[in-house]
Design a protein around this ligand. Sequence first.
Ligand code: 8GT
Length: 313
Amino acid sequence: MKKRVDVAAGVITRADGSFLLGQRAPNTFYPGYWEFPGGKVEAGETAEQALIRELDEELGICVTSIRPWVTREHRYEHAHVRLHFFEVTSWDGEINDHVHSALSWEHADRPGVGPMLPANGPILKALRLPRRMGITHAVDIGTEAQLTRLEAALERGLRLIQVREPGMPRDELASFAGAVIRRAREYGALVVINQDSGLARKLGADGVHLPATELGRTAARPAFEWVGASCHCRAELERAAELGLDYALLGAVRPTLTHPDREALGWRAFADLVRDLPIPVLALGGLVEADMDSARSAGAHGIAAIRGAWLQS
Ligand SMILES: Nc1nc2c([nH]c(=O)n2[C@@H]2O[C@H](COP(=O)(O)OP(=O)(O)OP(=O)(O)O)[C@@H](O)[C@H]2O)c(=O)[nH]1
């Protein structure tokens, strides 16, 4: 068995959402393949320190903002790697590459270069996951009010919606979810349906969202493009990862009206729970847009909200 090697890699992102890829040079493993800049963690270094050093050595930049994101393991013929991905959103200095054959700024939904290193496929998919999820609550505010707020939120840039309407009669739910999907399509937004895979399939939704109670009962990942789950503890997060889900929701970070009985986690416990997880996690529970920075600093991919998603900012 090969010894596991820790590697730190940076998703260096510009304001337009594009990120930097480098093409591996000749005389390395997988020459010509594309990767995120980074390299091996040396003895005595944290992964974060290693990435800051590598980006200075490889690209000549001094990182000024770095956030933990996801950690994935992969077994190559030459090595068993554990890849710690970080998001780098600001740096000093001009990028001046010393190690790659070429560099390219790419968008996750339309990569123009390839092939990517084999370990990086799920990473590109994770980068396509929107940073904000709006969770519907038409049962509380009425379907017309919810659809009006949905339109406004889509206009403001919301691109991921979970239809979650506990207690809504199935006929009504089918017609409401259909209306959500039609509106979302106009904006290229994704819609996942809470729990009901049959309805999701019938309506042609983009995916299904599993409540935590379903995680234990689900033997294999449901066959949809996007599948996520609600989690409240590390064991549930690990189960979601084991099933190969695309994302998890973790909360409640703050006390909420939806679950007033549940104790709030706070950002520190959130960060501990998501550390080194292989799938992106959206923070949930009493959050609004202004919480995005705290969420991402704690290792979240972004935020999900019921009430907060439909507020005008
Ligand atoms: N930097 C980087 N490495 C990655 C990515 N994805 C991925 O599987 N890896 C693997 O992680 C390891 C990176 O280590 P490295 O860049 O320091 O080493 P290397 O293989 O280029 O050469 P070396 O062994 O001579 O140092 C390689 O095995 C590489 O295949 C990625 O996106 N970025």
